[in-house]
Design a protein around this ligand. Structure first.
Ligand code: ADP
Ligand code: MG
Length: 408
């Protein structure tokens, strides 16, 4: 695929032009506090480049999953306030997406200023399956740029979505790949071709069903897949063990069994934990014990016990594999890291990633938030991806509409 880059657009000249930028400002919030501003920081360089060059920048972004209508809970206000704090340029937020406020503020925007439109998902047409609906919304977004606009896609976290602000606007304006999307794709390319071996993949998180497609595609490509998080219990069940009250997706057991069979022939080794931290209930202050993974019901909580983290032996074994690797991709926390008592497994993996000589990539919103809340710095990792779903779909080998639409 070949893309036009942001630098090409800047060389063509942007002073006084309206440049529509799709950014990823989809940050986690606690009320109106941004709890991880990684995506905002990652969005800054492209906006700074454009404003430095004198562009009038119109930013589209989404936050959460509002139901196609304005909803204060999903307003971009907190994200834009944080953006304005970090930015060296003027930033305003419109009260709507393509309504009166957006039109008025866009018309009075000066060279070198940024106007963010409200959450694009406040308009149901953004995510519509109907091409004409999405197209009509895209037409209104494009109209804000006047007759001489251009589009820059810098929202890596949304490239797997065929949405109006990602896909349809790109068919209507000269389109360019933003630096963040470019950097993310370069990193993922290293995980899919000429990958340095051993290639170790660490998978965790909550649901195995979210990760099946990527597991399927990694069999035969990764040397080792380390299994943690809520999904480990479906693996244990697939090996015939009881998992008490732990997260289990029973309907996925046959699929996992098929993967385990195929992996042996394909040269991929699955490593399932040997010990597990079991809790009396799902809560921060629950009583807990470490037990062998094949005897979860042997904890004093019996059949009521819930596995909330990998145990210390497993964490050490996983860390050894990571230290011996040349390439590591990690998606999904090893345990319920939000509770301090069950964060040790996730911390051990993060720690191992910071000391290995391997090229390391962390993907996934919760995984990125986990390493930051556990006190690690972004610079300790090879790359922390801003896109969870997008990086997984890339590794699944799927076509990403937001990338292919920029191909020319
Ligand atoms: P990511 O966003 O990095 O892709 P996921 O969304 O798949 O990760 O999963 C993150 C969630 O998985 C976290 O909120 C964490 O609490 C949860 N989780 C991890 N281990 C377990 C477990 N043993 N039981 C229940 N939930 C778990
Ligand atoms: Mg998540």
């Amino acid at each position: 695929m070949t893309f036009h880059t942001l630098n090409e657009l800047i060389a063509e000249g942007v002073r006084g032009r309206y440049i529509l930028v799709r950014s990823d400002l989809n940050v986690p919030l606690d009320g109106s506090t941004v709890t991880d501003d990684g995506r905002i920081k990652a969005s800054l360089p492209v906006l700074a480049k454009l404003t430095d060059a004198g562009a009038r920048v119109l930013v589209t972004a989404h936050l959460g999953r509002p139901k196609g209508a304005p909803d204060e809970k999903y307003s971009l206000k907190p994200a834009v306030a944080r953006l304005a704090e970090l930015a060296s340029f003027n930033v305003a937020l419109a009260e709507d997406t393509v309504g009166r406020s957006a039109k008025q503020l866009a018309a009075s925007l000066q060279d070198g200023e940024v106007l963010v439109l409200e959450n694009v998902r406040f308009d149901a047409r953004e995510t519509s399956k109907d091409d004409a609906q999405r197209g009509a919304f895209a037409d209104e977004l494009v109209a804000l740029t006047g007759g001489n606009g251009a589009f820059v896609d810098d929202a890596f976290g949304a490239v797997h979505r065929k949405h109006a602000s990602v896909y349809d606007v790109a068919t209507r304006l000269p389109s360019y790949q933003g630096d963040l999307v470019h950097a993310e794709v370069e990193v993922l390319r290293k995980l899919t071709s000429d990958t340095q071996r051993p290639y170790v993949v660490v998978l965790g998180g909550s649901k195995v069903s979210d990760k099946l497609a990527v597991i399927d595609n990694l069999i035969g490509k990764a040397d080792t897949i380390l299994v943690g998080g809520g999904m480990l219990f479906t693996f244990l069940a697939a090996e015939g063990h009881k998992v008490a009250g732990s997260l289990l997706e029973e309907d996925q057991i046959p699929v996992v069994q098929e993967y385990l069979r195929r992996a042996a022939d394909a040269g991929t080794e699955f490593v399932v934990p040997s010990d597990v931290v079991v809790a009396s209930k799902f809560s921060a202050d629950a009583e807990h014990q470490t037990v062998p993974a094949d005897a979860i019901e042997s904890s004093s909580f019996g059949a009521e016990g819930i596995g909330l983290d990998i145990g210390p032996d497993s964490a050490a074994a996983f860390a050894d594999r990571i230290k011996a690797a040349k390439t590591v991709f990690w998606n999904g926390p090893m345990g319920v890291f939000e509770f301090a008592a069950f964060a040790a497994g996730t911390r051990a993996i993060a720690e191992a990633l910071t000391v290995t000589d391997a090229f390391t990539v962390v993907g996934g919103g919760d995984s990125a938030a986990a390493v930051r809340t556990l006190g690690f710095e972004d610079s300790q990792f090879g790359h922390i991806s801003t896109g969870g779903g997008a990086s997984l779909e890339y590794l699944e080998g799927k076509e990403l509409p937001g990338l292919s639409v920029l191909d020319r």
